[in-house]
Design a protein around this ligand. Structure first.
Ligand code: NAI
Length: 281
């Protein structure tokens, strides 16, 4: 049996994942603002540092995996909070836990992204880059240019950045090379308190009007099953993947966008990366 850190374990999908892991006999150290083992505010650097340390203490210095589900929806007036929790609240914790995850030998990380990364049009790449550069003020300024309509851009840019960070980490010597599998789960419309809040705060029409080819809404308990699977030995070969669990919304909007064969730029990139890979071995 393993020991897993789960952020956002007090509600919704994080809670469902924690319950599922506990049912299997694993030890879970939950992180959230309330009702869990480690009470911490992931929107501040000090809260994140305290959470990272306390989790390791409670885990007895061993982590077989981590699930980063803590997150906030895009609601007007809280762009900074959204970026702090959804991006920094994932990467700073995982970076602090990396040596412990590496020491476990074959560990796994599930990062919660979102299908907003492909469904929200016109997300400013500069906001994503600012987050990846760890420049929170710049990221906030970029999305702030959308004025009163900035909330969905703050949200989608935080999820794009965390997804991009995870893909880079996943293939690197520090993570893949240390036996840590990093993957992203990108949910669509899942019936959780976060979704209820979005609908109560003016997003009802957008949520109800979103094309979902298979129909309905996802259930947190089913997402918990996916998380358990992505942490299980069956997922040993999963690395750097973004799994859309969204009833087909991403496929609906991007049917022919991906996968695509690359053009000349792709050939050059392929050759460059293949050479770098040979140099690494
Ligand atoms: P939820 O609201 O039910 O749970 C999120 C948890 O994060 C809550 O327990 C909350 O207290 C915690 N959290 C928020 N701010 C925090 C902070 N400053 N410090 C510590 N903990 C904090 O939400 P849900 O729906 O389960 O979301 C889980 C993840 O999935 C989030 O990252 C969300 O962005 C993502 N997601 C959700 C979708 C949905 O339709 N529900 C769709 C796509 C992505």
């Amino acid at each position: 049996m393993g020991t897993y850190a789960v952020t956002g374990a007090a509600s919704g999908m994080g809670r469902a994942a924690a319950e599922r892991l506990r049912r299997d006999g694993h030890t879970v150290v939950g992180v959230d603002l309330r009702d869990v083992e480690v009470i911490a505010d992931l929107s501040t650097p000090t809260g994140r540092a305290a959470a990272a340390t306390e989790v390791l203490e409670r885990a007895g210095g061993r982590l077989d995996g981590a699930v980063c589900a803590a997150g906030l929806g895009g609601i007007p007036g809280r762009d900074r909070l959204v970026q702090q929790v959804n991006f920094f609240g994932v990467v700073e914790l995982l970076e602090a836990w990396r040596p412990t995850l590496a020491a476990a030998g074959n560990s796994k990380v599930v990062v919660f992204g979102s299908n907003s990364v492909t469904l929200t049009p016109m997300v400013p790449e500069r906001a994503v880059r600012a987050l990846l550069d760890r420049d929170a003020d710049r990221a906030l300024r970029v999305v702030g240019r959308f004025g009163k309509r900035s909330a969905p851009f703050a949200y989608a840019s935080s999820k794009l950045a965390v997804t991009r960070w995870a893909r880079h980490a996943a293939i690197s010597p520090e993570w893949a090379g240390a036996g840590i599998r990093v993957n992203v789960l990108a949910p669509g419309i899942i019936a959780t308190p976060l979704l209820e809040e979005q609908m109560a705060r003016g997003e009802r029409e957008a949520v109800e009007g979103l094309p979902v080819p298979i129909g309905g809404r996802g259930k947190p308990a089913d997402v918990g099953e996916w998380v358990a699977f992505m942490l299980s030995p069956a997922a040993d070969f999963l690395c750097g993947s973004v799994i859309f669990l969204d009833g087909g919304s991403d496929a609906y909007f991007r049917t022919d966008d991906w996968p695509v064969s690359t053009g000349p730029v792709g050939v050059l990139r392929y050759l460059r990366r293949a050479k770098a890979w040979r140099a690494r071995r």
